[in-house]
Each structure stands twice: as structure tokens, then as C-alpha cells.
Ligand binder design. Sequence first.
Ligand code: KG4
Length: 384
Amino acid sequence: MKILAIETSCDDTAISLAEYKSPYSLAKNFKILAETVSSQEKLHAEYGGVFPSLAKREHQKNALPLLIKIAGSLNLKKTKNLANAEKGIKLGKILERNPELSEQLAKFLPKYQKPKIDKIAITIGPGLEPCLWVGVNFARALSFYWDIPLLGVNHIEAHLYSCWLTPKPLPKFPAIGLVVSGGNTQLALIKKIGQYKLIGETRDDAAGECFDKTARILGLGYPGGKEIAKWAAKFKKPAYNIHLPRPMLHDKSFDFSFSGLKTAVLYDFKKRDNKTKSSENYISEMAKEIQDSVTEVLTAKTIKAAENYEVKSIILGGGVSANAKLRLIMENECHKRGLACFLPDPQYTADNASMIALCAALSPKAKNYNWKNIKPRPNLKING
Ligand code: KG4
């Protein structure tokens, strides 16, 4: 089976082409034939977070150029310009809300033969609705034009298996999965692949969002998680007596809350004089304290869930799982308890389309759609 996967849920436009034997299980070979990502990080830096309408515009601009980038692997063959008026009109209707993409595809598609792919996988949620729509409409257009069926993929579920995009031992189930990104913090009991119980989530800001917002308070760049980690690594010795809360650490539930942490950072920052606010020692001490608080809470709750549900493995995914401190303490705590700890290769922690292809191949929850009946689900949960 060859699968073309598309991801546009947030600020990365990504396309991958993968090959696998169907039915697929993690034990079998999954080969990425091509993968490409266009990141909008620099563009959103000015806003200290993702600006949805800007992200939508960029997805529209980037989708086709990324497909063209992998044209060699897709083996796209030129054909005599077979513009078909009826197909052209329908294509225009599918892409009514994406005029720029519509114009590009109307010129591009008639020039090529249908590629040899079996399925097109597309992220249907969760994510920013305007961004999800661009990917879904792009996938619908290709599905209609090439007559290739669609598979709708849950972005959170895909993050859970991103670990297996690089060779790894097989996970033992049941497992606890923690997906931590800029938009999501979800803790799930994974009974087996495709069977999830959402046991905890954030009640306000996501962990990555907390990094992004506190970095902004400190005048650091975007994405905040990387900046906070970089500054935390510069910390030498305490000088400012900073003590941030560990939100909901002792709460009975498996939920999280990070907005209070952001407020605590803001209060501390505001009471400092200008010289302190811009000093390397203060920023590094604060960054270390933020990182310690977030990573301690994430680890403690995940371990508590693992013990409570008596699981065998812990699986991490999402942009925040790139955090070296989180990876280290999670691995240590797992090791102490004889739990297997699965961490994605850093290159696959952020949004990518290879994980969408893998999840489409693997999960019984990846549903079949046709171009007429698929639409985004911005608030989709892991168990949705
Ligand atoms: O999964 P992702 O690429 O996009 C979505 O939000 O879906 O995650 C992005 C988030 C951002 O909030 C960013 O600050 C955070 O991941 N992040 C990190 C690190 N690298 C990125 N957080 C902590 N430590 C990092 N090294």
C-alpha cells in the first residue's frame, strides 16, 4: 500500500509518502518514501503564538509546492494537457474557500497522470479550524481528481505512535500516552491500538502554550518551549528566590492546569526592576523554574496514571516531548518502576505528516471517507 499523508492542523504544512504492507502492525516494515515540512515558526514569532488566519494563508500557499517537492517519489508522470471542463468546475467548487490553492491545482492537475497511490490520509482534528480546512480541502480535491479514497486521522492519536517512525521495540499494552503540544495536553489510557480512554487533559492552557506565553513575558523568542529550554540550560546558581507553583500536582484527578503558572511568572516579572528583568541570571533562573514546574507536573501525573491503571508502558508525543529535561526525568521515573518508556525521535516530536501516514496505516480508528463526506473536527479528542 502506498499512502500520501497531509497535515495542516496548526502552523506546519507537511506532506509524506509512505509504503507498508496491509494490514499493518507496528511489527512490520513501514517505509517513508518522502517527507517534507514547511514550518511557519518565523512568521508567527512576531505574535508569540500561532495566528490562525495567517497560518491558513500559508497552508494554501505551501500545499502544492510541497506536493511538487515529492513529485519524484510520487512518480508523477506528465500527460498531454487533458483539461476536463466538468472536472475543473467541480474542483473549483471543492476549493471555493481556498481560491489561491484552487487556481494552482486547476493548472497543475490536468498536466499529470494519476499517481500510483492507494489512499490519501488527512488530519481531521484536533486543530485550528481554518488550518484544518485547507488540508481537508486539498485532500478532497486530490481524492476527487485522482479518484483515490481518503482516510481521516486523529492528530493526537498520530502523535502517540510517532515514536515508531524510527525503529523501536514494540510497546506493551496497556500503556499511558501523554500528548503535549502547543494546543493539547492529553493523558490517555491506551488499552490497545485504537482503544483509548481520555483520563486527563488541561483545564486551560496546554503545556506548550504555557512555555510560549511565559517565554513571551520574559521577552524570549517563539516557539517558547525551545527558548525556555535554552535559557534553563544557562542557569548557574539561584539568586532570585523564585518559587513557582506545581499546578494540580496533588490533585486527585489526572487533569492539568497551566494558566496559574503563567500568572505567577507574570507577577514575579512585574515586581522586578528593569535591570533584573533583562539580566541573564534572572531569565535563566526563571526559565529553569518554569521548565522544572511543567516537567515535574507532567511526569508526576503520567507516572501516577501508570501506577493507577497498572500499565506496562508510557508513550510520549507532541512538540513538548522534545524537551530534554522532560525526556530525562520521564525515562528515570519509568526505569525506577520497570515501565517501558517510549519517546519519539526529536525530529518527529513536532507536527509532521509521516506520523499521519503511520497512524492511517495502523489504527482501526482511521476512518474511510470520500471527498464528499469528510470535514474537520477541530475539537476531536483522543477517544473521539
Ligand atoms: O506538536 P507541536 O509542534 O505543534 C502543535 O502545537 O500541535 O508543538 C509545538 C509546541 C510549542 O508550544 C513549543 O513551544 C513546544 O511545542 N516545544 C517545546 C520544545 N520544542 C517545542 N517545549 C518544550 N521544550 C522544547 N524543547
